[in-house]
Design a binder for this molecule. Structure first.
Ligand code: FES
Length: 108
């Protein structure tokens, strides 16, 4: 860790399923983790449409589908890619060291 941010270990890479987002909490914020081709991504867990948990949905490739109304987001950018979701969700930088997955509270 060479930058000045603080990082907190939140998961092991092996915890993250290939289609079901993995829910973690940091500073009382629910965050969804994803793993695509061994790269880990992190987004808000809360859908921007009506606050469903994205971790109760599924993702395929870079697209997560909200379980409540089927809105979709690109997990790399947070951009809403399918209605009724319109407003983007936040995405967060992830560090992986070995199999340890870290998020920074400084990014929340
Ligand atoms: Fe997610 Fe409606 S709550 S699309």
């Amino acid at each position: 860790m060479t930058d000045s941010k603080s990082w907190v270990r939140v998961a092991d890479v092996q915890d993250i399923d290939a289609t079901i987002p993995f829910l973690v909490e940091l500073n009382d914020r629910a965050i969804a983790l994803y793993r695509v081709d061994d790269v880990v991504y992190a987004t808000d867990d809360t859908c921007s449409h009506a606050e469903a948990s994205l971790c109760e949905g599924e993702y395929h490739g870079y697209v997560v589908t909200c379980p409540r109304h089927g809105g979709q987001f690109d997990i790399r950018t947070g951009r809403a890619v399918k209605m009724p979701a319109i407003v983007p969700i936040d995405v967060f930088p992830v560090r992986v060291e070995g199999t340890d997955v870290f998020l920074s509270p400084d990014d929340l």
